[in-house]
Ligand binder design. Sequence first.
Ligand SMILES: Cc1cc2nc3c(=O)[nH]c(=O)nc-3n(C[C@H](O)[C@H](O)[C@H](O)COP(=O)(O)O)c2cc1C
Length: 189
Amino acid sequence: MKVLTLLGSAKKKGNTATALGCVEDELKSKGHEVESIYLNAKTINGCLGCAKCKEKPNEIGCVQNDDAAEILEKIIAADLTIFTTPLYFWGVTSQLKSIIDRSWSLVTNYNQPNHKSLIEGKRQALLVTGGGGYDNNAEPTFFAFKKLIKFYKGVNIGELFLGSCKTPETMDAKKKEKAIEFARKTIAL
Ligand SMILES: Cc1cc2nc3c(=O)[nH]c(=O)nc-3n(C[C@H](O)[C@H](O)[C@H](O)COP(=O)(O)O)c2cc1C
């Protein structure tokens, strides 16, 4: 399977990157092709909401000229995209949010009978780390992700929240095992 991972943390060796590392190692060990994008190094402007992309339902068609188009092309080409982020104020980081907003260009006629997506049937998964617990904290992010998958006409193949994270060094074996289980789920047939 062709897998794309999007690291939404600014920290290259933080909690999210450490958990993602476990996921990627597992996927690679099973023979999958993994490409990782460190979003913080990319220039991804906010969506202008101009709807010019809606005039070109068969392509990305965004009028902006930055790194988003290249990333969106990779999402289209991948069988599975794994979105990852630390929880920031009950939501995703601005790095991840900016590419999600720009993915508006992948879909036309949302909520209408002729709803079309350039990633219809593709797998998406979400991995989130946080300092707190799931309850009263992480739910809004997973709620929005479920909606996003419907918008994409994609397949929600896995969700993982690793709470009570402190430092990557203190990430215990149980959390790493959960990350590996999550990885296995994303490639299950
Ligand atoms: C600006 C900011 C906002 C945060 N907001 C939350 C939050 O709403 N809920 C939570 O559980 N943790 C929150 N955290 C903690 C991080 O999500 C947590 O430490 C995460 O594992 C960091 O991942 P990283 O090492 O990949 O950056 C926040 C941290 C920062 C810096």
